[in-house]
Every structure is written in structure tokens, then in C-alpha cells.
Write a protein of this length. Structure first.
Length: 283
């Protein structure tokens, strides 16, 4: 039996798209809209602007959602992944809006939400020896787009040292200190470097942290913290005051958690402020 090779033209191929049912696009009879539907915790490589080096490569975890009208049975989950892949590594504060607009268009939604969480590294010099080491900070970008509004929020978690003023005032031999986490969230009218937010928080702590310290550095940071005692309330208020003075910032939250060294609990304080709203009289 002879076998004859034959090239099949594109016109002869079956139209798979027309033959396979779009189940997600079927109507739904329950008449209940969904606020957020999408994908969570997908990892994707990104490039982030670096104030010193120009950019740094890192790995981000993404959450992406849209709203779902009551008449749709489901959304097309694969399209979220396709959109991220289309943008390759060109994902940044500047590109967030275009990604959200594409999500709204391709998924036929009114609202789109995108969250990107990643570790960000800053090279720091020890205060006395000058030895360099990397410090990592947890950063999250959150974007929200509707037909009438667009918002992007930058969140940075900054580990610092805090020293208790009460302990210092009542003790003859020293004072208890602890590691603390400062969480900053800001919305800005102009570009803000991640490094700007990190340095702002570190400047108002009892002392900042370093990856590597030599003995002269340990002496310095111990004494520096002792000379700058801060309650958790002091920490958030002093950082808030700096954010108030920064004209780029229009909205912020600042939270601080002290992981107490002499208690089995943490101390916590939090401030939220929309600078477009006037402060109360006397504030």
C-alpha cells in the first residue's frame, strides 16, 4: 500500500474555538455578582527600579482579580497568566496601570486589582567599619482600577531596633530593646523610591539594622539605640511627621510592631492619614 504525504491547508483545519464550548461564558441564573475573582500567588520574574544600580532582578508573587457580573458563570483564569507573560519582565509602578487596563478589557470587567509582592535588596555600610552587606525588605505594590479611579499603593516593611524609654529611665544598668517591624503604605502624586521610604523609617528608629557588624559597629549601634529610646507610639508619630512633610505623599499608613524582649506579646501602634483631608482644629 502506498502512503502519500499531503500538506493540509489552514482552511482545512477544524475551528477548535468554535467547536469547544466556552463554559465560563455561559449565563448564570443565581444573580449574584462576585467582587473579586482571579488567581493568587503566581510567581513571575520582574525588574524593579533601583536608585543606585538602575534596576535589580527579583522574583515576585502576584495576585490578580477582576469583578464578575452576575450574568457570567465564570472568568477566564488563563488570561491573567497570559497578560503577565505578555509583559515579560517589564512590570513596574509605571506599567501597573496599563496591565490593569488590559485586565479590564480582556476579561470584560469593570474593576481590576493587581498585587505584586517581592523582596528588595539594599546594600548598606556598617556605621564604623564600613563593611558592606545586603539588607532585604519586603515590598508590595497594589493597584486598583475602575472606570472612574486609579490608585496604586506602595507598601514597605522595614525592620529596625527600638529601645524602651521606660526601661532606660528606671534601670541602673541598661534598657531592654527589641527588633521592630515598621510597615509603611503610601500613595503618591510623584515617583517615590523604595529607598526613600526605607531611609525615612530607619532614621526615626532607635537604630537601624545591618547584615554584618564588626565589634566597633556593635558598640556603635548599642550606644546609638540607648541614646534614642522610642516607644512604639513615638516611632509611628515621628515617621508620620516625616510623611506629612513630604509633598509627594497624599495618603499613608504607618504601623509598628515591637517584638518585646521582656514580654510574651508585641506592642503595636498604627496611624492612617489622607493628607487631602484637613486635620482637626488643634491637631
Amino acid at each position: 500500500m502506498a502512503v502519500h504525504d499531503r500538506t493540509v491547508s489552514a482552511q482545512e483545519l477544524p475551528d477548535c474555538a468554535s467547536e469547544i464550548q466556552d463554559t465560563q461564558g455561559l449565563p448564570d441564573q443565581r444573580r449574584i455578582p462576585i467582587n473579586k475573582v482571579g488567581i493568587k500567588d503566581i510567581r513571575h520574574p520582574v525588574r524593579v527600579k533601583d536608585r543606585t544600580q538602575g534596576e535589580q532582578h527579583t522574583l515576585a508573587h502576584f495576585n490578580a482579580y477582576v469583578d464578575l457580573p452576575q450574568h457570567f458563570k465564570g472568568t477566564h483564569m488563563s488570561r491573567f497568566v497570559e497578560i503577565l507573560n505578555d509583559h515579560e519582565r517589564e512590570i513596574s509602578v509605571e506599567s501597573f496601570r496599563s496591565i490593569l487596563e488590559e485586565m479590564r478589557t480582556r476579561l470584560e470587567a469593570e474593576q481590576a486589582h493587581l498585587e505584586m509582592a517581592f523582596p528588595y535588596f539594599i546594600m548598606k555600610q556598617a556605621p564604623v567599619s564600613g563593611v558592606e552587606s545586603q539588607m532585604d525588605y519586603e515590598v508590595t505594590l497594589r493597584g486598583h482600577l475602575t472606570p472612574d479611579d486609579y490608585q496604586i499603593t506602595i507598601q514597605v516593611q522595614v525592620p529596625v531596633t527600638s529601645l524602651c524609654p521606660c526601661s532606660k529611665s528606671i534601670s541602673e544598668y541598661g534598657a531592654h530593646n527589641q527588633r521592630s517591624h515598621v510597615d509603611l503604605q503610601v500613595r503618591a502624586r510623584d515617583f517615590v523610591w523604595i529607598e526613600d521610604l526605607v531611609e525615612l523609617a530607619e532614621a526615626e528608629a532607635s537604630c537601624d539594622l545591618y547584615g554584618v557588624l564588626k565589634r566597633p559597629d556593635e558598640k556603635y549601634v548599642t550606644e546609638h539605640a540607648y541614646d534614642n529610646p522610642k516607644f512604639v507610639e513615638d516611632l509611628v508619630r515621628d515617621i508620620a511627621r516625616r510623611l506629612e512633610d513630604d509633598e509627594r505623599i497624599v495618603w499613608y499608613t504607618v504601623g509598628a510592631e515591637n517584638f518585646e524582649s521582656i514580654h510574651n506579646h508585641s506592642a503595636y501602634a498604627w496611624i492612617e492619614r489622607d493628607k487631602r483631608t484637613p486635620l482637626p482644629d488643634g491637631a
